[in-house]
Design a protein around this ligand. Structure first.
Ligand SMILES: [Zn+2]
Ligand SMILES: [Zn+2]
Length: 312
């Protein structure tokens, strides 16, 4: 059973989850031969926990499905301070497809599935925060190559999120404007459409790090309508293709940072997607100091990605 411990000096939270060590791991070098035993491939549905979503018209005929994580870091209880929900969303029936090679229609359907899962998880009363993330490639922490994303619904608010919201509130009180709305207004766009802007954060921690921000202030992703999800599919696909071109298909993380589920934060929090390429390991220096070293000047990355989005 997972347990949560809190370090009183560094003020960090650690989840002790021995179950996680039993996860199967791909040998990434020979993963093409591994698709037969991949638990996320079509035909192997019986190797995953019972699904909570499948877009096919029968159990085998799917291109997107989701189910609870077999090796959760959180205990699936409805009470207690370490309870949570952990879902895996298999993004495609194809074992080794890169997200940059998804069709825009398929990516849009995936975003609709995310929206449905957010709605379903937030309906559980104990849930205070939901994170959606994708780890692509070994350097980004993926243990299985088959494209998948994960959702974690927590019965507590993680400390990083609490700290970020406190700073966003300070910013809002001083400037009478949401920090992310300000970024949308003042930052050079790599690409934009009616509803979204793609920018590089001014203080990018990682080379070619980018953020997708809704142009209109919105606290929760799942409030996005049909037109908005179509625009989001367009801009996300453009960015993954542009990044693949700039860095030769790097490992990356996608984080969808969503708002909290109480109305007190409506003005200060603005949902966003961070796309973080992982081309170098975070090592001793970063661990010891909490500082990051970015080897590519963010403005240079913006210009290169801007050129690439015109080509993809
Ligand atoms: Zn597979
Ligand atoms: Zn805003």
């Amino acid at each position: 059973m997972a347990e949560i411990r809190f370090d009183p000096i560094d003020r960090q939270t650690v989840v002790i989850a021995p179950e996680r060590s039993k996860r199967p791991k791909d040998d990434f070098d020979s993963s093409k031969q591994n698709s037969k035993k991949c638990p996320f491939c079509p035909g192997n549905e019986d190797q995953t926990p019972p699904e909570n979503f499948n877009n096919g018209d029968n159990i085998k005929n799917w291109t997107i499905r989701s189910f609870p994580n077999k090796y959760p870091a959180f205990t699936q209880l409805e009470n207690g301070n370490n309870s949570g929900i952990q879902d895996v969303i298999v993004e495609s029936d194809k074992h080794d497809i890169n997200m940059g090679d998804f069709s825009q229609k398929h990516l849009r359907e995936l975003l609709t599935v995310y929206k449905k899962r957010f709605e379903s998880i937030k309906a559980k009363k104990s849930i205070k925060y939901i994170l959606l993330f994708k780890n692509h490639g070994l350097m980004a922490g993926a243990t299985l190559e088959h494209p998948h994303s994960q959702m974690v619904g927590l019965s507590f608010i993680p400390r990083n999120v609490e700290k970020r919201i406190a700073e966003l509130r300070k910013y809002y009180n001083q400037n009478k404007q949401c920090y992310y709305c300000r970024l949308v207004d003042k930052t050079e766009k790599i690409f934009e459409n009616k509803y979204f802007a793609l920018i590089a954060p001014p203080v990018a921690r990682f080379s070619y790090e980018t953020w997708i921000l809704p142009k209109n202030h919105q606290q929760h992703f799942e409030l996005s309508g049909d037109e908005q999800l179509s625009d989001l599919a367009e801009i996300l696909l453009k960015q993954i293709k542009a990044l693949n071109m700039a860095q030769d298909k790097p490992a990356f993380n996608i984080l969808l940072n969503n708002g909290l589920y109480d109305s007190n934060h409506d003005d200060v929090f603005h949902w966003n997607i961070q796309i973080i390429p992982r081309v170098s390991f975070q090592a001793g220096f970063e661990y010891a100091t909490g500082m990051y070293i970015n080897q590519v000047e963010p403005d240079r990355a913006v210009q290169e990605l801007k050129r690439n989005t015109l080509l993809v």
